[in-house]
Design a protein around this ligand. Structure first.
Ligand SMILES: [Fe+2]
Ligand SMILES: [Fe+2]
Length: 127
């Protein structure tokens, strides 16, 4: 599944949008990474990028008393848990699951999460 930034993906919060653009760029780089070593390196950078992005959203939610911070944070944790397993599989040289995830499951999840939890969070922050 191809994913591309368009202004319709904006949630109206500059820092969140900035990170989401970067997420999409990183997905594209991963999809195009033909050799396994590049894929592994990009995937672990991607995991770190997500961890930082999720923490940023969680800090915004906490600092502003967002009413749904618990389910939103749990959803981030669930996704990072899945990514941790993929990192372990990558370490033993089995990249198939991570490649599938980046091409299909993650973009699908990302678009749905952006449209729901992230959008509701950004709307709340905008007051
Ligand atoms: Fe989020
Ligand atoms: Fe997000």
């Amino acid at each position: 599944m191809a994913i591309e930034w368009t202004d319709e993906l904006s949630v109206g919060h500059a820092d969140i949008d900035h990170d989401h653009r970067e997420t999409i760029d990183r997905i594209q780089d991963l999809v195009e990474a033909v050799d396994d070593e590049s894929f592994k390196r990009l995937f672990s950078d991607f995991a770190e990028h997500l961890r930082i992005h999720f923490e940023m959203e969680q800090t915004l939610m906490k600092d502003n008393g967002f009413f749904a911070q618990v389910p939103h944070t749990k959803e981030h944790q669930r996704v990072l848990g899945g990514i941790d397993s993929l990192l372990k599989q990558n370490d033993v040289g089995d990249l198939n699951a991570a490649r599938q995830y980046i091409e299909f499951d993650f973009p699908e999840w990302f678009l749905a999460h952006r449209a729901t939890m992230d959008k509701v969070t950004a709307d709340f922050l905008a007051g």
